[in-house]
Design a protein around this ligand. Structure first.
Ligand SMILES: *[C@@H]1O[C@H](CO)[C@@H](O)[C@H](O)[C@H]1NC(C)=O
Ligand SMILES: *[C@@H]1O[C@H](CO)[C@@H](O)[C@H](O)[C@H]1NC(C)=O
Length: 370
């Protein structure tokens, strides 16, 4: 392994690319918006954010071009203009993919030079023609070492294309980010993210530090869905952040994810209502997830008991046999203080439409400070 040449190569790369990216990204106080939330773009209080992600554009499974579905076109096209009305300096990124998209399409797109080119060229064109200032890739997730390697190649080529486009158009280069698993590897030490390519090519990465526990995949006990600390267990934001730093990512390129939603369980016994209490699947209708604004309503309407666990850094509430794990203002402020203390670039929320009168967004902003 040519480990000893990496630092030299890395520093040459940094010197030559320094002028083209990361300039001005001193902090990311971000939030995702998606049309399915039913939340109007014009209602986003963009003064509370430095960056807003518009989610999601799709990848065509045959042409590998990035497209915006016809039902989203009107809202996506005016997204930047609309959010900049309240905050002219807010930066917007078009987010591609997401948890609901087909992972096989990403894997096969990234596996060939011609399909990577289709993806890259169309994404840049789409961002420019819709007035976005950046692109965000949400491939959830590259899941074997070949896919990780191809992901790295894709990022390297994407950055080169963005630099070339900026030179020829005379415009500021598009920002490039990606939403990634909270860990620097896909659950196995042999399936690691391509750290060098990520570090050289992306302005930052969004760590999805949530969905650690949920009724769909851990039905038999309650759990802290987005624990910051989780003694003895892998699933925590702190483990994730430390894994990326240990793998060689600069803390300055890490942005910590904050969920503006929770997961519900049905308790086996209403008197056993703590973390990791026996449960039997979801507690609320649908997929068991619930937005923060609805959790607040649920608490009021059901006079639910609220608990903040400072060791784990999670909130939960319960009423009868319904139990909901989520992040309230104390969890949010503890996590934002953690992100700042660790020297991270910032934080992002999924998703802005689930906030409750901007309580969480304001708390995050206020905690980070100027
Ligand atoms: C938006 O946030 C700003 C800054 O916190 C606040 O002053 C303003 O009242 C908020 N606007 C709305 C409509 O909530
Ligand atoms: C917080 O949660 C941890 C993990 O379940 C538990 O050990 C601890 O007792 C809880 N703290 C309080 C104050 O309940």
């Amino acid at each position: 392994m040519a480990i000893n040449i990496i630092p030299l190569f890395f520093s040459i790369f940094l010197v030559s690319f320094q002028p083209y990216f990361s300039v001005g990204q001193t902090v990311v106080k971000g939030g995702y918006w998606f049309p399915g939330s039913g939340f109007a773009v014009s209602d986003i209080n963009s003064t509370l954010f430095t960056h807003l992600f518009c989610a999601f554009a799709d990848v065509n499974s045959q042409t590998y071009q990035v497209t915006i579905s016809s039902s989203n076109q009107a809202q996506f096209q005016t997204f930047t203009k609309t959010v900049q009305q309240k905050n002219p300096s807010v930066k917007t990124l078009l987010s591609i993919g997401g948890g609901g998209s087909n992972v096989n399409t990403f894997a096969s797109m990234a596996s060939q030079s011609s399909s990577r080119k289709s993806f890259i060229d169309s994404s840049i064109k789409l961002a420019r023609s819709n007035n976005f200032l950046g692109l965000d890739l949400d491939w959830e997730y590259p899941s074997d070492s070949t896919q990780m390697n191809n992901f790295g190649t894709l990022l390297t080529e994407w950055r080169a294309a963005v630099v070339t486009e900026a030179k020829s158009s005379g415009k500021t280069p598009l920002m490039l980010s990606a939403a990634v698993l909270y860990l620097s590897y896909y659950y196995s030490s042999s399936v690691t993210y391509p750290i060098q390519a990520i570090s050289n090519s992306l302005d930052w990465i969004n760590l999805m530090a949530y969905d650690f526990y949920g009724p769909g995949w851990s039905p038999s006990s309650t759990g802290p869905p987005a624990a910051l600390y989780n003694s003895g267990n892998l699933e925590s934001g702190d483990n994730g952040v430390r894994s990326w730093i240990q793998a060689g990512m600069s803390a300055k390129k890490l942005v910590l994810g904050l969920p503006f939603y929770g997961w519900s369980w049905r308790l086996t016994n209403s008197n056993n209502n703590g973390l990791f209490a026996p449960a039997n699947g979801q507690g609320l209708a649908g997929d068991g997830s619930i937005g923060y604004n609805q959790i607040k309503q649920y608490i009021t309407q059901n006079r639910a008991t609220k608990v903040f666990n400072v060791t784990v850094v999670t909130d939960y509430c319960y009423s009868g046999t319904t139990w909901i794990g989520y992040d309230d203002t104390q969890s949010i402020s503890t996590k934002v203080a953690y992100a700042k203390g660790k020297g991270l670039l910032g934080y992002f929320a999924w998703h802005v439409g689930a906030d409750d009168n901007w309580a969480l967004s304001s708390k995050a902003l206020q905690t980070w400070g100027a």
